[in-house]
Design a protein around this ligand. Structure first.
Ligand SMILES: Cc1cc2nc3c(=O)[nH]c(=O)nc-3n(C[C@H](O)[C@H](O)[C@H](O)COP(=O)(O)OP(=O)(O)OC[C@H]3O[C@@H](n4cnc5c(N)ncnc54)[C@H](O)[C@@H]3O)c2cc1C
Length: 440
């Protein structure tokens, strides 16, 4: 291909502008803005105002401290860079594996068998420093591993769970499709019975970890029964193609993929025997929504902790920002939200432990907590002024990371409708005018 000299000049000019400004490299944020500490040096926790640590048993407290330490030491210094590049820090996986949180509440098969509260608080500590890392763990552990644990055969559990628990292998969970998001039970990917196994055809979209996952849990419609079934697909299966979704504004470290399944053969022994309808998928979602609810709690705690430090460091009109009445009110509003979110999340865990949690309970917590967290990080964003739009000071990143969490695992609206159905007895997912009769 011939390139004209004028376009070559344009390329040279744009390269120069990209690499430097007046020939100088960009200043590190701590040099350019010396008055406040960036999030690479994470602040101490200041958001546990009502001393929730007292509600945790010794084991849960120890895990919380261990996770906090690793996240602050190993992840905080690198997260802005990886978030900006939209790349996954693979070298962090062994450190997350050593925390012993993957597999959460699953007992046996090398899994940690944590209490749900311990598992949830650990996830919130991951999210406090980085929302993407918490999503990586959530998808791997609370969706993919949990599906295998709840719906897999004994052989499947023995075969897959031990290495997933150590994070020696990584899993993803594929339900959503390009045409099917909130209306997940209408999914179109097909599974046709063939000799010795199943042939999968279709597409999946948004699947977290899928660009590098070793194990892909895929939901597809059985062409004989017309019901949803679950399958374990291996990374190198012929006919499987995964491409990364680019240009996200949130959870940029998470590698979300578009999956194409073209005559992907899955042997009989890798069909999940416990997934025989969408109800089985919903059972997994109800449990994982407990965990999802704790991500916004953690993200809000991190945003508050940064704001708390920043307001004391940054001075305007000769005094720290923390001295202004208006900024104090905002900080207190953030803190109040966090205390309330924590109590709702905590109560949800206790209902789950007592076997009393309903899908409506889990959906209300997910919907309400994400709503409050959205308000919390948005207050934090304005408190930091211009630095509130820089990933280096965490809050802008937290603000963006919360948006996909507000949407995934059931949007705010869908979760509200799940609770709405439970408290009224009336399902209103489909507009009544378009259905023959309103479904009860
Ligand atoms: C970063 C990210 C990671 C994800 N990871 C995964 C993953 O690992 N695995 C996976 O399977 N999926 C994943 N998802 C998909 C996610 O679960 C879906 O995006 C979500 O269910 C919403 O579907 P949708 O985006 O198609 O929105 P739509 O369903 O098209 O909804 C668009 C809007 O319409 C509203 N709406 C839809 N139906 C109704 C209704 N009945 N009443 C009122 N309002 C309604 C919604 O609330 C929303 O506001 C991920 C998504 C994101 C963004």
């Amino acid at each position: 291909m011939t390139v004209s000299s004028s376009s070559q000049n344009q390329d040279d000019i744009s390269k120069n502008y990209k690499s430097s400004y007046f020939g100088l490299p960009a200043l590190d944020v701590s040099v350019a803005f010396p008055q406040a500490t960036p999030a690479s040096v994470f602040p101490p926790n200041a958001s546990d105002y009502y001393q929730f640590d007292d509600l945790l048993n010794l084991e849960e407290q120890t895990l919380r401290r261990k996770v906090r330490e690793v996240m602050e030491k190993d992840v905080a210094p690198i997260m802005t860079e990886y978030w900006e590049k939209a790349e996954f820090p693979f070298h962090v996986i062994p450190k997350l594996g050593a925390l012993g949180v993957a597999g959460g509440t699953i007992k046996g098969y090398g899994c940690p068998g944590l209490s749900i509260a311990g598992s949830a608080v650990a996830l919130s500590e991951i999210a406090r420093v980085d929302g993407s890392c918490s999503t990586f763990i959530l998808v791997h552990s609370s969706l993919a591993m949990l599906t295998i644990a709840l719906c897999g055969s004994e052989e499947q559990k023995q075969k897959f769970l031990p290495s997933l628990a150590q994070l020696q292998t990584v899993a993803c969970w594929g339900l959503t499709e390009p045409d099917i998001g909130s209306d997940a039970s209408s999914l179109k990917t097909t599974a046709s019975k063939v000799s010795g196994g199943w042939m999968l055809n279709g597409r999946k979209r948004w699947i977290g970890n899928s660009t590098f996952a070793d194990v892909l849990v895929i939901f597809a419609r059985n062409t004989t029964t017309n019901q949803i079934n679950g399958f374990i697909v291996k990374k190198d299966a012929p006919g499987l193609r995964v491409t990364k979704i680019e240009n996200k504004i949130g959870l940029r470290i998470v590698q979300n993929g578009d999956i194409l399944l073209q005559n992907v053969f899955v042997p009989d022994e890798e069909r999940l025997p416990g997934v025989n309808s969408f109800q089985d998928t919903s059972k997994v979602l109800a449990v994982s929504r407990v965990m999802v609810s704790w991500q916004p709690i953690g993200i809000s705690m991190g945003a508050y902790d940064i704001c708390h430090r920043y307001l004391k460091e940054r001075k305007q009109f000769g005094v720290p920002l923390a001295a202004f009445q208006l900024t104090q009110e905002k900080l207190v509003r953030m803190l109040g939200n966090i205390q309330a979110m924590f109590m709702v999340g905590w109560r949800l865990c206790k209902l789950y432990e007592k076997g009393k949690m309903t899908p409506g309970h889990a959906s209300l917590a997910k919907a309400w907590i994400t709503l409050r967290a959205r308000e919390t990080v948005s207050i934090g964003r304005e408190l930091l002024g211009g630095n509130g739009i820089l990933a280096d000071f965490l809050v802008a990143k937290a603000f963006c990371d919360l948006e996909p969490i507000y949407t995934y695992e059931g949007t705010y609206e869908i979760n509200s409708l799940v609770t709405g159905r439970e408290i009224t007895g009336i399902a209103s997912f489909k507009p009544a005018a378009l259905t023959k009769r309103s479904r009860l």
